[in-house]
Design a protein around this ligand. Structure first.
Ligand SMILES: NC(=O)c1ccc[n+]([C@@H]2O[C@H](COP(=O)([O-])OP(=O)(O)OC[C@H]3O[C@@H](n4cnc5c(N)ncnc54)[C@H](OP(=O)(O)O)[C@@H]3O)[C@@H](O)[C@H]2O)c1
Length: 427
C-alpha cells in the first residue's frame, strides 16, 4: 500500500469489527487516526492500542453518536471521517426473543435503540464535518438500505441504484434461524407477550438454560453479562401492533433512513459524502468480543443452530470492506454509493462449505423449510468497487478465516483436525 503521511482521519466506533480493520489499514498506510469509542478504558477496545503504529498515531476519543459536542471535538482538524459507528445487532439479547415468537419490540424498545443513534448520530457526524470543513466523509451504510424491496424482480441485478422500501422494512418480520428456542420454555404472559421475570434474571436464566442444553458452558454465546453496551430498556406498556412472532426490521429501516439523511444533510451543507454498502461481513476478528455478523457463522459451528434457513445472503470479507472505505476516500473521482459484496449464497451452501472445511463441528445438515423450493441467490454487481481496483476475497476463504479467528480468540473449541482444514482450503 502506498504510504500517506500528514493526514488525520476520524473513524467512528473504532472498536467495532469493521472499524478496527479500517484503523489497522489506515495506520499501516501512515495516516494519523482518531478513533471514537464510547469508553476508551473498556478492555474490548484494548486491541486498538496494540496495532502497529497506534502508539505514535492513534488517539481514542470518548464519544457517543448522540452527543454532538463529543463528535465535533473528535472530528475537528480531520481531513476525513469514516462514519462506521451504528447499533448493529444479531444479539440474542434482542433477537433471541424474536425467534421464540415473542416480539423484541414488546420487550425492548428496539426502534429507539436501533434507529435513533443510526439516524441522528449520522446527522450529527455530517453537521460536525460541515462545520469543521472535512474534505470527505465516508459513510458505512448497508445492504439493508438496498435490497429490502418487495417489488424488485427476481431477475433484477442488485446494484447502487436499488433502495430499500421503508414501509416494507417496517412491515417485515425479522427472521433469525439461530435456535434461541430455549426461551420458549420460559413462562410468558399470553396476553401481553411480556416475560413475567425481570429482564436481568431472564438473561441469566437464558444463558444457564443454554449451557445446560448444549452440555458445554463454552458453546453458548460468550457475551459477558457485564458488557459495557447498555442492556436494552424493558417496555412496560403498549403491546406491539405487529402481532405475535413478528417485529419490524428496525435495523434495515434505520440504515436506509440514516443513509438518506446523510445524503440530504451532506447536499444541504456542501459535504463531500461517499457511501459504502457492505453485505454481511465475515473474516478475521481483531476485537476480542463477538459482533453480530460473526454470530451468523458461529451459530452453525457451536450446535446452537440445529437447521439452516431456506434463505440467501450476500457475503464480503472484512478486510475488503475496510479497503473499500479507504479506496473511496482516496480516489478523488469516487462518488455516490458502492455496493460491497463478493457473492450471494444459500444457507445450504454456507453450511456445506463449513462442513467440508471443519467437519469436526456439529454443522446442521437439514433445512428448516424443506417443503418449499430452495430460494435462489439474487444477482448483484460489485463493478463500481472493482473499477477502483478492489479484488474481492472469495467467500470460502472468508469463512475459513472466520472460523480460524473464532478458534484463536477462544470463541470456539479447537478440535484435532486442525492441519487438515488448511489442506482443505488449499484444495
Ligand atoms: N457486520 C456486517 O455484516 C455489516 C454489514 C453491513 C453494514 N454494516 C455496518 O457497518 C458498521 C459497523 O458494523 P460492525 O459489524 O463492525 O459492528 P460492531 O462491531 O457492532 O461495531 C459497531 C460500533 O458502533 C458503535 N456504536 C453503536 N452505537 C453507538 C452509539 N450510540 N454511539 C457511539 N458508538 C456507537 C459500537 O460501539 P460500542 O462498542 O461502544 O458499542 C461499535 O464500536 C455499522 O454501521 C453497520 O451497520 C455491518
Amino acid at each position: 500500500m502506498p504510504s500517506v503521511s500528514g493526514q488525520t482521519v476520524c473513524v467512528t466506533g473504532a472498536g467495532g469489527f469493521i472499524a478496527s480493520w479500517m484503523v489497522k489499514l489506515l495506520l499501516q498506510k501512515g495516516y494519523t487516526v482518531r478513533g471514537t469509542v464510547r469508553n476508551p478504558d473498556d478492555p474490548k477496545n484494548s486491541h486498538l492500542r496494540q496495532l502497529e503504529g497506534a502508539e505514535e498515531r492513534l488517539t481514542l476519543c470518548k464519544s457517543d453518536l448522540l452527543d454532538y459536542q463529543s463528535l465535533r471535538e473528535a472530528i475537528d482538524g480531520c481531513d476525513g471521517v469514516f462514519h462506521t459507528a451504528s447499533p448493529v445487532t444479531d444479539d440474542p439479547f434482542y433477537y433471541g426473543f424474536c425467534d421464540m415468537g415473542l416480539m423484541a419490540a414488546s420487550v425492548f424498545d428496539l426502534k429507539e435503540e436501533m434507529v435513533e443513534p443510526a439516524v441522528n448520530g449520522t446527522k450529527n457526524v455530517i453537521i460536525a464535518a460541515a462545520e469543521v470543513k472535512v474534505r470527505r466523509v465516508v459513510f458505512t451504510s448497508s445492504i439493508g438500505a438496498v435490497t429490502m424491496d418487495p417489488n424488485r424482480s427476481p431477475d433484477a441485478v442488485v446494484d447502487e441504484s436499488c433502495w430499500s422500501d421503508l414501509e416494507f422494512c417496517k412491515s417485515t418480520k425479522m427472521y433469525r434461524d439461530s435456535g434461541f428456542h430455549l426461551l420458549e420454555q420460559e413462562r410468558l404472559d399470553p396476553l401481553s407477550g411480556y416475560s413475567k421475570r425481570p429482564l436481568s434474571s431472564l438473561i441469566v436464566w437464558w444463558r444457564r438454560a443454554y449451557d445446560r442444553e448444549t452440555g458445554d458452558p463454552y458453546s453458548g454465546y460468550p457475551i459477558p453479562l457485564s458488557r459495557s453496551s447498555p442492556v436494552p430498556k424493558p417496555l412496560s406498556t403498549t403491546r406491539s401492533k405487529h402481532g405475535s412472532g413478528s417485529s419490524p426490521n428496525w435495523y434495515c429501516y434505520g440504515k436506509a433512513v440514516a443513509e438518506q439523511a446523510a445524503s440530504n444533510e451532506a447536499k444541504e451543507r456542501g459535504v463531500d459524502l461517499v457511501v459504502v454498502n457492505p453485505v454481511l461481513v465475515l473474516g478475521p476478528l481483531l476485537q476480542p468480543t463477538l459482533n453480530a455478523s460473526i454470530i451468523h457463522v458461529l451459530k452453525y459451528l457451536n450446535g446452537s443452530a440445529k437447521t439452516y434457513a431456506n434463505s440467501v445472503q450476500a457475503y464480503v470479507d472484512v478486510k475488503d470492506v475496510a479497503l473499500a472505505h479507504i479506496l473511496v476516500f482516496e480516489n478523488p473521482s469516487a462518488s455516490g454509493r458502492y455496493l460491497c459484496a463478493e457473492s450471494v449464497l444459500h444457507r445450504g451452501d454456507v453450511v456445506e462449505i463449513l462442513a467440508k472445511l471443519f467437519p469436526e463441528y456439529p454443522i446442521p445438515t437439514k433445512c428448516k423449510d424443506e417443503t418449499k423450493p430452495r430460494i435462489k441467490p439474487y444477482k448483484f454487481s460489485n463493478q463500481k468497487l472493482k473499477d477502483l481496483g478492489l479484488e474481492f476475497t472469495p467467500v470460502r476463504q472468508s469463512l475459513y478465516d472466520t472460523v480460524k479467528s473464532l478458534q484463536e480468540k477462544g470463541h470456539l473449541p479447537i478440535h484435532s483436525q486442525h492441519d487438515e482444514s488448511i489442506l482443505r482450503i488449499q484444495s
